[in-house]
Ligand binder design. Structure first.
Ligand code: MSP
Length: 604
């Protein structure tokens, strides 16, 4: 039965009719966002090659149903924002941070990885209607930076910092990272904030003057106990040097052992993943000694208030960036600090978890300030099975990855190849295989098939009329509609790879559907059915395009443009709005390829 007989232009009548006739998939989209924030997206397109190969995937992607977060309290009940968890109510403003990067060397894949993970989460939150403050920056003080600047022949460390910090900012732009702020620890407002925090800690009697001697690793900017050393080196493999007895201010870390252990117990989701949390708990249970927090043998740091002989330990300086960027010590009502602190999420690499999950909360407890809500430690990348290091010459330059594969494929691979939190191994073969299979063959090709059929067979417009929906149509539409809930749960627990798996699975289901329904055959036998099938597929692609924006901002917008989804209807609140569904009879333009296809390099 024909449900609609409409002409090709998107009139009010078309829209009203469309709303009435498509009361399907009612159980959809759980969250209704009320506000949106625009990201500072840079438009970068990488869609050079036309790919007309048919869909060839034969193995159904598997979703790991043992969903990592047992912390999710609600899945689809909330009507704004993201699912609430024990550490985030899903609605309040959200501060997310990357570590601030050392400027002793140019950016590598590790820096790109943390920044990308934060970007996907930040964008997802914004599209969900959350107010987001996404912070990144550079860590510019300390012995390591001072030494490197000297070794490289710079007359002063700041000139060196300016150059390297700029290369980090460029990388963020190239990766299409939507950070709201980029902080440098050499900024005067930051230095003032650190000095303020120091004064507060002094007033609270958390700091005293003593003397230090012991092992120090300049590469890790970390003190180590004799018992921690392995074959005379730091547990990270870094060289250590003996610091001869020198005056030093100490933070009374030993007083925080029980307080921290209590805190971890009463806030079981403060540190994630669980295995890393266990390492932190074991470290703290092993006993905490007071921490040396100033040095007198070099100058490149924030001076200790009222004692110019000392500069602060780089970690107390660095960690404070998370608050100084928000204007700390201005904590007035309405300030950014008031709005965004405590931070919702610090994303860090596993090597720097101790600083974030032990020292930082202890400093904040001592200062009487609220603690961040969650610290998530991700794993490390190796290359072809080997640890990445300059001496092995296997450093992966993220700029090379972008040049070779394009931004969105790079984002896709790094975010989906391994469970977020575990280590991962990079190889060009894996990258090419994954990008060709999931993006070029499955997503890009599907999109092109649908839009080519629509363009050729429906008069260069979306179908003007469709028939009754079958069970298969409804099932696929429901799969697409469930995506928001599933991906929201994944992102709320930082299971970024699972978010991608849900998307990949839906695309796979759509490919299966198009092959079974065969609209190219229906064209000759039943045009009404062909129209319905194409309409269902376009509607599924609308969901996919909208929900892929956090991961692949440029490509998903190319898909949405091809579908004719208006720019102001691309937030998650629009997913289940009847009036935002694909309009019948709307003009479409000639489709073009969205993702390139790469040749696997020959093994000889
Ligand atoms: N400056 C400190 C952080 C201070 S935050 C208050 C620092 N900087 S860093 O530049 O050395 O490291 C930044 C991030 O890169 C860390 O989270 C680290 O884990 C990450 N990575 C460094 N190498 C990595 C890989 N090979 N793989 C994944 N991430 C890795 O530490």
């Amino acid at each position: 039965m024909i449900l609609a007989l409409l002409t090709a232009s998107p009139t009010a009548v078309t829209r009203a009719f469309h709303v009435q006739k498509h009361q399907i998939a009612k159980n959809l989209v759980p969250f209704l966002a009320t506000t949106t924030t625009t990201t500072k997206q840079q438009q970068y397109t990488h869609c050079s090659q036309t790919n007309t190969r048919l869909y060839t995937s034969t193995t159904e992607p598997r979703i790991d149903t043992a969903f990592s977060s047992d912390t999710i309290q609600t899945s689809t009940q909330t009507n704004i924002g993201t699912p609430s968890t024990s550490f985030d109510d899903g609605t309040t403003p959200f501060e997310i941070t990357t570590p601030i990067y050392y400027v002793n060397d140019k950016p590598h894949i590790g820096h790109a990885y943390t920044s990308l993970a934060c970007d996907v989460i930040a964008r997802y939150m914004r599209h969900s209607g959350r107010e987001v403050y996404f912070l990144s920056g550079t860590d510019e003080h300390g012995q390591k930076v001072e030494q490197t600047a000297k070794d490289k022949g710079y007359k002063d460390p700041l000139t060196f910092c300016n150059e390297v910090s700029a290369s980090f900012q460029e990388l963020l732009t190239l990766l299409n990272i939507s950070n709201d702020e980029f902080i440098r620890t050499t900024q005067s407002n930051h230095k003032e904030a650190v000095q303020h925090l120091w004064k507060v800690l002094t007033e609270k009697n958390a700091i005293y003057l003593g003397s230090y001697e012991g092992w120090y690793s300049v590469r890790d900017e970390c003190y180590y106990n004799e018992s921690e050393l392995i074959d005379g080196k730091a547990p990270t493999g870094a060289e250590v040097e003996w610091v001869k007895k020198e005056d030093s201010y100490f933070f009374k870390l030993s007083e925080y052992q029980d307080k921290l252990l209590d805190y971890y117990e009463t806030h079981p989701d403060f540190i994630a993943p669980e295995s890393r949390k266990n390492e932190v708990v074991a470290f703290v249970k092993g006993g905490l000694k007071d921490l040396s927090i100033s040095r007198t043998t070099f100058d490149w740091g924030v001076p200790v208030p009222n004692d110019d002989e000392h500069v602060m330990y780089v970690w107390i300086d660095a960690l404070t960036n998370y608050m100084s960027a928000l204007g700390y010590p201005n904590m007035e009502r309405g300030s950014n600090y008031d709005k965004y602190w405590p931070a919702s999420l610090h994303v860090v690499g596993k090597d720097i978890l101790r600083f974030h999950a032990v020292y930082w909360p202890a400093f904040l407890m001592a200062a009487g300030l609220p603690l961040p809500k969650r610290i998530f430690a991700h794993g490390w990348w190796t290359k072809d099975g080997e640890k990445i290091s300059k001496s092995l010459g296997n450093v992966i330059d993220p700029v090379d990855l972008i040049d070779t594969y394009g931004v969105d494929p790079t984002r896709f691979f790094l975010m989906s190849e391994v469970t977020f939190g575990s280590d991962g191994d990079f190889s060009d073969e894996k990258m090419i295989y994954k990008v060709n299979a999931n993006l070029s063959n499955e997503l890009g090709n599907l999109c092109q098939r649908i839009m080519t059929l629509v363009f050729k067979n429906c008069g260069k417009a979306t179908p003007a009329e469709i028939g009754e929906l079958t069970d298969e149509d409804k099932a696929l539409l429901e799969t697409a509609a469930s995506l928001r809930g599933l991906t929201g749960e994944a992102i709320s627990s930082q299971a970024i790879d699972k978010y991608v798996q849900h998307m990949v699975s839906t695309v796979w289901a759509a490919n299966k559907y198009i092959d079974v329904q065969a609209p190219w055959v229906l064209k000759k036998t039943d045009t009404e059915r062909m129209n319905t099938v194409l309409y269902v597929l376009m509607e599924v692609m609308r969901h996919v395009g909208i929900l892929y924006q956090p991961l692949m901002p440029t490509s998903s917008n190319v898909i949405l443009d091809q579908l004719g989804v208006p720019k102001d209807e691309r937030d998650f609140e629009h997913l289940d709005k009847e009036e935002c569904k694909i309009l019948l009879g709307r003009e479409v333009s000639k489709p073009k390829a969205v993702f390139p296809r790469f040749d696997v390099p020959s093994s000889d």
